[in-house]
Design a protein around this ligand. Structure first.
Ligand code: NAD
Length: 496
């Protein structure tokens, strides 16, 4: 099956059948490829080549650069099913979510094409006569992308589509758990390049490897921006290293996302919101709903319904119509079990969470999503476990719920279900949610590309995708032009 998708997208057999690094499918543990990992030396050469590409690409007019991304969007449209299925096979996303991820790539390409004609700066009133001020945006340099396994292709597209229209080459170090989809994306980029014609070599390159190869990008002063998506643990290592060499970083790290379910909420809507956000992608989204604060007056109406929905949700092969696929690997399963053990020790009432389908898939890890009821928020609920565990707590008044929601180190996504306008607006106000994403009557996951995506606190502070996130990939310059015959100084200074 893999061969069919790979060759349709232009990836040659030898690219994923000749190396000594095994790629396993989380669906059944089978080996689906053997790739060759890059060496540090190879990484350095790729970075040099990218810099050479930068010298040329920055001179190409931005709308023309946009044309390349338009062609990439076309290639993605043509191969949506191939790439979507490959995402399912390599990281275990269900079919709909694999396709959704590719659609997100197409959407960001469309968006970036528009941006390529809107790299607007300001004109600024000068305090000096005969002077004019403006702000211009210039290409930044080589963009290093480090990505996580759970959005194995969309994160590349979010960064690449914008970086390329902004005049920069990209080098991508995908997760070591998903090298095949990276080879496929690179092949699709090359298809677009072939149609585009005259572009420098090495505009987009892939670096396969583990932490050491990611680190080769991080430490290289010729990489202008490191856009790193992954755990807070990774960001804590990467951020200071990039800062030490005065590079730029865009960090998209762990989340611990919450919903406040108020007494006035439409419970049918909330139920659907909870289900998709908490168990979608088997709880392996950075925006997965992990903490649910329910008003004490409605908990008995909603929690039994959530539990029965959990009982009926189908778990199994992601391409066979199920709603929950496997966890990525054994380590992830162990982390989940260890979190549940701690939750029990902390007095939590655990529902679900056990491994299933062991006979059918002895080398894969399928689990029932778990619900843990806590009397109050504790350190177990405050840490992110990248698996389907939903911690449920009750609250009495809205301020208390808000305080509990914000009482974590992460700040990615949040939502409130309420029909009370005051609560909704308070939630979105200066003293409301402290997250990068705050929604009303929508769950925590499933963002559109049009908005800036990212979070505060230990989520890293980065913003990518829509809105003005393109500014991350450019350097800002302030210009003052004197078209008079005098040289007045600012602040009225008279220098002799
Ligand atoms: P991870 O941190 O283990 O790995 C992410 C990437 O970083 C991989 O490519 C890995 O090789 C690389 N890496 C790890 N340590 C590194 C180092 N010291 N130097 C350079 N590179 C290094 O994360 P994961 O398990 O793949 O993904 C799950 C995590 O990612 C969760 O915490 C999730 O919340 C987070 N995530 C965040 C976002 C977001 O937008 N905020 C999106 C997706 C995933």
């Amino acid at each position: 099956m893999i061969k069919q998708y790979m060759s349709a997208m232009g990836v040659q057999d030898k690219q994923y059948h000749k190396g000594d690094f095994k790629v396993n499918s989380p669906i059944d543990g089978a080996i689906i490829g053997n790739v060759t990992l890059d060496t540090i030396g190879a990484a350095d050469i790729k970075i040099k080549n990218a810099n050479a590409a930068f010298q040329e690409w920055r001179m190409v007019p931005a709308p023309k650069r946009g044309e390349l991304i338009r062609l990439l969007g076309e290639a993605l449209r043509e191969h949506k099913h191939d790439l979507g299925a490959l995402v399912s096979l390599e990281v275990g996303k269900i079919k709909e979510e694999g396709l959704g991820e590719v659609q997100e790539m197409i959407d960001i390409c469309d968006f970036a094409v528009g941006v390529s004609r809107q790299l607007y700066g300001l004109t600024i009133a000068s305090e000096r006569p005969g002077h004019h001020m403006r702000e211009t945006w210039h290409p930044l340099g080589v963009i290093g992308i480090i990505s996580a396994f759970n959005f194995p292709v969309a994160v590349w597209a979010w960064n690449t589509a914008l970086a390329i229209v902004c005049g920069n080459p990209v080098i991508w170090k995908p997760s070591e758990k998903s090298p095949l989809v990276a080879l496929a994306c690179q092949a699709l980029f090359e298809k677009a390049l072939a149609k585009f014609g005259d572009a420098p070599a090495h505009l987009s390159q892939v670096l396969l490897g583990k932490t050491d190869i990611g680190n080769a990008l991080v430490e290289n002063k010729d990489v202008a921006l490191i856009s790193a998506t992954g755990s807070t643990r990774m960001g804590r290592l990467v951020g200071p290293k990039v800062a030490e060499r005065f590079g730029r970083s865009l960090l998209e790290l762990g989340g611990n996302n919450a919903m406040i379910l108020a007494p006035s909420a439409d419970l049918n809507l909330a139920l659907r919101g909870i289900l998709f956000s908490a168990v979608g992608t088997a709880g392996q989204r950075c925006t997965t709903l992990r903490r649910l604060f329910i008003h004490e007056s409605v908990i008995d109406d909603i929690l039994p319904r959530v539990k029965s929905a959990y009982e009926t949700v189908s778990i199994g092969h992601p391409l066979e119509g199920n709603l929950i696929g496997p966890l990525i690997d054994e380590e992830s399963f162990n982390n989940m079990q260890s979190a549940l053990k701690k939750a029990r020790a902390a007095g939590g009432k655990v529902f679900g969470g056990e491994r299933v389908l062991i006979d059918k898939y002895p080398n894969a890890y399928y689990v029932k999503p778990a619900i843990v009821e806590f009397d109050e928020q504790n350190d177990v609920a405050r840490s992110e476990t990248f698996a389907p565990i939903l911690y449920v707590m009750t609250y009495k008044d809205f301020d208390q719920a808000l305080a509990m929601q914000n009482d974590v180190t992460q700040g990615l996504s949040s939502c409130v279900f309420t029909n009370d306008l005051r609560e909704a607006e308070l939630f979105l106000s200066d003293r409301g949610s402290d997250c990068g994403i705050a929604n009303v009557n929508i769950g925590t996951s499933g963002a559109e590309i049009g908005g800036a995506f990212g979070g505060e606190k230990e989520t890293g502070g980065g913003r990518e995708s829509g809105s003005d996130a393109w500014k991350n990939y450019m350097r800002r310059q302030t210009n003052t032009v004197n078209y008079s015959t005098n040289l007045p100084l600012a602040q009225g200074i008279n220098f002799g």
